[in-house]
Design a protein around this ligand. Structure first.
Ligand code: NAX
Length: 327
């Protein structure tokens, strides 16, 4: 039998956490033959709720779940973890300045970076979900210098999956037949959902949709604004789809992407496609043997170029804002 993998979920008493931990315990993230030990972290205010989640995990009698650590102690939470899914953060509340929210998250991600660096298993893979996801991941990277940069990523797979979903609905085809959309840049409303290389079967999505006006307009804004549409409908932000996307992200990172397909991940930019280096930027990536590689050589047209640059500029600005919170 395989050794259990230790998976940390921070913010585990929250909405996404509640949807995510049962998926992990059922083998959706790491495979149906992979035992797991869940480490759940939240803040003291949520300790009782966190304990309730732990009780439900026990009650669910998941065969793959070999143990549960539920704690408000960051060091205990991080000790020995092989995968860390960072969902905990400080939400933007009405009337708050962007800088104030950034400053709260910078301090959270700075201290959790140190705890992970000192106590996680070697080669721990980190996925940041909490917003501002790209910049929280960058801060985590900066304050955990001994964790390789390639091990620190952020979630744009939800946006990627939303793009697949929109194309599938529009063409009335199975979502699993839509391949190779791309989310470029920031997990924010400046992200660029790009279908220029996407296919259904062996046909380009553009040829099948036959409506460039929709693809260059409403399709993009629908994906960019989908989070807001969910909040409007549910009076709560996306949770099950975010949890599912987090599982997809780690699943493909660890177990690999199928030949000929790629996914979108927020990763430390090396300046590929002339986007800013040194920010966490969402790129098309393939994964093999537990490592991602940015897909190279895709043609970028004039329309796309502007959108890649715009979201890159926003990430540079967020990086500066985050650094200004450090001093
Ligand atoms: P909730 O407010 O329901 O849950 C967040 C949890 O984090 C709470 O239980 C809170 O007590 C905990 N927390 C706060 N500070 C913490 C700390 N320092 N250490 C550990 N836990 C801490 O929010 P939820 O709806 O679950 O969303 C979580 C985060 O995901 C938010 O930042 C949200 O903006 C972000 N999202 C990111 C998405 C993405 O695609 N990257 C999509 C969904 C979601 O909006």
């Amino acid at each position: 039998a395989k050794e259990p993998v230790r998976v940390l979920v921070t913010g585990a008493a929250g909405q996404i956490g509640y949807a995510l931990v049962p998926m992990i315990a059922r083998g959706i993230m790491l495979g149906a033959d992979q035992p797991v030990i869940l480490h759940m972290l939240d803040i003291p205010f949520a300790a009782e709720a966190l304990n309730g989640v732990k009780m439900e995990l026990v009650d669910a009698a998941f065969p793959l779940l070999k143990g549960v650590v539920a704690t408000t102690d960051v060091v205990e939470a991080c000790t020995g973890v092989n995968v860390a899914v960072m969902v905990g953060g400080f939400p933007r509340k009405e009337g708050m300045e962007r800088k104030d929210v950034m400053s709260k998250n910078v301090s959270i991600y700075k201290s959790q970076a140190s705890a992970l660096e000192q106590h996680a298993a070697p080669n721990c893979k980190v996925l940041v979900v909490a917003n501002p996801a790209n910049t929280n991941a960058l801060i985590l990277k900066e304050f955990a210098p001994s964790i390789p940069a390639k091990n620190i990523t952020c979630l744009t797979r939800l946006d990627h999956n939303r793009a697949l979903g929109q194309i599938s609905e529009r063409l009335n085809v199975q979502v699993s037949d839509v391949k190779n959309v791309i989310i470029w840049g920031n997990h924010s409303s400046t992200q660029y959902p790009d279908v220029n290389h996407a296919t259904v079967g062996d046909k380009p999505v553009r040829e099948l949709v036959k409506d460039d006006e929709w693809l260059n307009g409403e399709f993009i804004t629908t994906v960019q604004q989908r989070g807001a549409a969910i909040i409007k409908a549910r009076k709560l932000s996306s949770a099950l789809s975010a949890a599912s996307a987090a599982c997809d992200h780690i699943h493909d990172w660890v177990l690999g992407t199928p030949e000929g397909t790629w996914v979108s991940m927020g990763v430390y930019s090396d300046g590929s496609y002339n986007v800013p280096a040194g920010v966490i930027y969402s790129f098309p990536v393939t994964c093999k043997n537990g490592e991602w590689t940015i897909v190279q050589g895709l043609a970028i047209d004039e329309f796309s170029r502007k959108k890649l640059d715009l979201t890159g500029a926003e990430l540079t600005e967020e990086k500066e804002l985050a650094y200004s919170c450090l001093s």
